[in-house]
Ligand binder design. Structure first.
Ligand code: ATP
Ligand code: MG
Length: 320
């Protein structure tokens, strides 16, 4: 549905997006991750035809966005960064305007607007000027206009930014639901969102794609992937620590949190042991001390560690 071909954007001497290529199929939600200034929004602006690439292009259901922007945009919904809208219109007027320029007839427009209003829970503010809406409601108006014509392709720049927890939950559920029949790209700084809704994630840094894969494959690149996490009562923590010291080929981190102590037991660089074998070894080592143990689990890996490892220092360099 979406084919990105060597997309590149220069602003003067500065290359904001550097030779980015990927595809998104129907049924997929691709998450763009990356530090501030990485080039996520700039890529989205080019994919949706709001910014002309310096080189490369995007094919939207086979239609070249640079050659035939209007045709490509017809099957696409776009929530731009900041969710701009006409401030003196009300959400009702704005959605009416959007459905009309999208070419829907009156009955279809009413139905479409009703569905979008339902999804974004805009009922209470339909006749209030957008200018006077709170940030979260303005964002919901932006979301409503992006989905109102039920497009096959959705590009959403930080769709849950500024939403309250209930709305975040609802919008994520709606994105997952829509993904069954659409191809979707979102950008986000909320890493748990990637786990919750993305089928694939891509970390972009300084205009380049540095890694991509399923959220669990990316998390598995974390140093904590396969670590054994032991939660224990703090009263017995020192005894447990002494017992854990007997384990070989491991590195142990300890974190004291009030009544609990958390130990992370990681295989050291020389170990070629499986995570399951380490888990069994830790269990055996602690056999006599089970009364002190609150929890013992295998860590799947943390996306935020991977993100930090791969993009560390980017902010400092980008600002030079
Ligand atoms: N019109 C422009 N002129 C000059 N530089 C620009 C322009 N638009 C974007 N940039 C620069 O391009 C880089 C990428 O910006 P972009 O907005 O795509 O980042 P982003 O990944 O969306 O960041 P954020 O997470 O903060 O939204 C930044 O360094 C930005 O300053
Ligand atoms: Mg951005």
């Amino acid at each position: 549905m979406i084919d990105i071909l060597n997309l590149t954007k220069d602003f003067g001497d500065f290359r904001a997006v550097n030779d980015v290529s990927f595809s998104v199929e129907r049924g997929q939600v691709l998450g763009f991750l990356g530090p501030n200034g990485a080039g996520k929004s700039t890529s989205m602006k080019m994919i949706t035809g709001y910014l002309r690439p310096t080189s490369g292009t995007a094919l939207i259901d086979g239609v070249d966005i640079c050659q035939e922007p209007l045709r490509a945009q017809q099957c696409m919904g776009y929530l731009p960064e900041g969710a701009p809208a006409w401030p003196d219109m009300t959400p009702r007027q704005f959605l009416d305007f959007v459905t009309r320029i999208r070419g829907l007839d009156k009955a279809a427009a009413r139905h479409a607007a009703g569905r979008a209003i339902e999804m974004t829970e805009l009922h209470g503010v339909l006749d209030q000027p957008i200018d006077t809406l709170s940030k979260g409601f303005r964002r919901r108006v932006g979301l409503a206009q992006a989905i109102v014509h039920d497009p096959d392709i959705l590009i959403m720049d930080e769709p849950t930014d500024g939403l309250d927890p209930n709305q975040k939950h609802q919008v994520r559920a709606a994105i997952s639901e829509m993904a069954r029949t659409k191809a979707i790209i979102i950008s986000t700084h909320i890493l748990e969102e990637v786990d919750a809704i993305c089928t694939r994630a891509m970390i972009i840094d300084r205009g380049r794609v540095i890694v991509e894969g399923t959220p669990s494959a990316l998390a598995a690149r974390s140093a904590y992937h396969g670590a054994v996490v032991l939660t224990a009562t703090s009263a017995r923590a020192d005894d447990l620590a002494a017992q854990l010291e007997t384990l070989t080929q491991v590195r142990i981190e300890r974190e004291d949190r009030g009544a609990e102590a958390i130990f992370r037991i990681l295989r050291d660089d020389k170990s070629d042991e499986t995570a399951a074998a380490l888990f069994a070894r830790v269990q055996a080592c602690l056999e006599q001390m089970s009364a002190a143990i609150i929890g013992l689990a295998l860590e799947a890996g943390r996306l935020d560690d991977v993100f930090r490892d791969l993009t560390r220092g980017a902010g400092a360099e980008a600002s030079q």
